[in-house]
Design a protein around this ligand. Structure first.
Ligand SMILES: C[S@@+](CC[C@H](N)C(=O)[O-])C[C@H]1O[C@@H](n2cnc3c(N)ncnc32)[C@H](O)[C@@H]1O
Length: 291
């Protein structure tokens, strides 16, 4: 049986155990595990370091440490992932929202503010997963409304629950469909972070991606680019005349993505800002318009 432990000392111990397993986010993960199990947040850990954590909670924490040390992502343990400063529920049906995708969200906000200021704007998010992108946009732009699609009904349920929890449920419609088939209307901005890993590369992905993110969210077909062919073929029909299409892709895919877009009459915006880099300097998104 475990003895009750003081929270701050327990946090130090958890971080040390995670660090010895080679986890370089050990301190952060430790805080997230403690918060998940006990409800003590970061401020509590500093302001009330001697708060006692009971033996039952310590047993739960030990189990989570073992799973984390075995490679399970922290978000899969807690069921939540932070994106753009908000917490999104994740499940086995959804991709973990990635920090890389914050570059797309930031760019989308700039485009929307340029188009409509604080006025009404319509956004379509194709392959929404947790809803991280579109929910962020609606939460940041209070007069925006949107439609989120996914082929996975389970992922869409997660998106809806996140939208309600984050206060934008009344401004977001969800639609279970292949890409955006059957979606009615036109949009100021269409965004998508579709699956873009070539099928034959999936087996070689890092285990924390391959074993926990759903295949439907990863597999982009033989060359990884199937989604772009499908989405670009119909994009002109979803865009308002001044509207933008903003897509994310993998490292090194931008040349092929731009070529596929050109074949469908979409051009990169021409002021040198059409290709967007993420924080690591990787070209991660492209902004298109109908020619
Ligand atoms: C890379 S994940 C992106 C999820 C989310 N937008 C994000 O950025 O975190 C791709 C998403 O596309 C969805 N998807 C895959 N194929 C689809 C299709 N044919 N039609 C609609 N959605 C699809 C997956 O279920 C998954 O949620």
């Amino acid at each position: 049986m475990n003895m009750p432990r003081e929270a701050q000392k327990l946090h130090r111990d958890i971080a040390a155990r995670l660090r010895t397993a080679g986890i370089d986010t050990a301190r952060l993960d430790g805080r997230l595990i403690i918060r998940h199990v006990t409800g003590l947040n970061d401020v509590d850990l500093i302001a009330q370091p001697q708060t006692l954590v009971c033996d039952r909670h310590i047993a739960q924490i030990d189990e989570m440490i073992d799973r984390r040390r075995a490679g399970e992502p922290i978000s899969r343990l807690t069921g939540y992932k932070e994106f753009f400063g908000r917490e999104f529920k994740v499940t086995p049906a959804t991709l973990d929202p990635r920090p890389d995708t914050e570059a797309l969200a930031e760019t989308a906000l700039l485009l929307l503010r340029g188009l409509s200021g604080d006025g009404p704007a319509r956004v379509l998010d194709i392959g929404t997963g947790t809803g991280a992108i579109i929910i962020t946009l609606l939460a940041e732009m209070l007069s925006a409304t949107g439609v989120a699609t996914d082929k996975s009904a389970d992922a869409l349920e997660v998106c809806r629950s996140n939208a309600v929890a984050l206060g934008v449920g009344g401004r977001l419609e969800t639609f279970c469909t292949n890409w955006a088939g059957g979606v009615i209307g036109t949009f100021d901005l269409v965004v998508s972070n579709p699956p873009y890993i070539a099928s034959h590369e999936i087996a070689g992905l890092a285990a924390d991606v391959r074993d926990y993110d759903p295949d439907l969210a990863l597999d982009g077909g033989a060359d990884g680019l199937d989604a772009y062919r499908a989405i670009f073929a119909d994009a002109a029909g979803w865009l308002r005349p001044e509207g933008y299409l903003l897509v994310e892709f993998g490292k090194g895919q931008h040349g092929e993505v731009v070529n596929i877009a050109a074949q469908e009459g979409l051009t990169l915006i021409d002021d040198g800002t059409g290709l967007v880099r993420d924080l690591a300097g990787v070209i991660r998104c492209a902004i298109f318009r109908v020619c």
